[in-house]
Design a protein around this ligand. Structure first.
Ligand code: AMP
Length: 201
């Protein structure tokens, strides 16, 4: 099974993807997580990637596609979380026979609220949300806010999303593989809707 999860920043892609990957035995490929890992390294590539992420911009499309393709290797069952994020990227994986593209629909107002309460565990790369997905008490002290979850960078990420990623949603809609899922409400409810949409395909 080959699945793509799309949606605006903070729409819950990571949370949904983690559970889907477990339930359907898929390799979970979060290009954002892979890029953050690479950005931590004190290398020329790491610095280059940080310069894009920290400003809320997309890294060059070929680099994102290379990382995504390298991660799946020869695997036939995988889930791309937050990839492709532009038409250029979508064209670079046109050869893949996709089973479903899930679009998590969440209004911008709700997302701004969610992002302001979002925290990252640098030890595991896992993301929590103070209201919807509270972290275990024993790890609270080590949690940090993502550098790109500040109001200025969030604004830029939304701009990039509208300009570059929304056309990808229309692209997959035309291909007949898109399932739009209401991403509002509790993580449990959202996941139930997503699972149903995947099963229906
Ligand atoms: P995310 O964790 O999915 O919110 O991604 C964090 C950041 O990583 C984005 O704001 C981009 O700078 C970068 N990124 C993630 N996925 C992609 C992608 N498919 N193409 C280009 N840049 C990406």
């Amino acid at each position: 099974m080959k699945i793509i999860i799309l949606g605006p920043p903070g729409s819950g892609k990571g949370t949904v993807s983690e559970r889907l990957a477990t339930d359907f035995h898929l390799l979970h490929v979060s290009v954002g997580d892979l890029l953050r890992k690479e950005a931590k390294k004190d290398t020329a590539l790491g610095k280059k990637i940080s310069s894009y992420i920290d400003k809320g911009n997309l890294v060059p499309h070929r680099l994102a596609a290379e990382i995504a393709k390298k991660a799946i290797g020869r695997k036939k069952d995988f889930l791309f979380d937050g990839f492709p994020r532009s038409i250029d990227q979508a064209r670079l994986i046109e050869d893949l026979d996709l089973d479903a593209v899930i679009y998590l629909d969440v209004p911008e107002k709700e997302i701004v609220k969610r992002l302001s309460g979002r925290l990252l565990d640098p030890a595991t790369g896992k993301t929590y949300q103070l209201q919807y997905l509270p972290p275990p008490k024993n790890i609270i002290k080590r949690l940090v806010q993502r550098k790109d979850d500040t109001p200025k960078v969030i604004k830029e990420r939304f701009k990039v999303y509208h300009q570059q990623t929304e056309p990808v949603i229309r692209y997959y809609q035309k291909k007949g593989v898109l399932a739009k899922v209401d991403g509002t409400g509790k993580p449990e409810e959202v996941y139930r809707r997503v699972k149903k949409a995947v099963k229906n395909r």
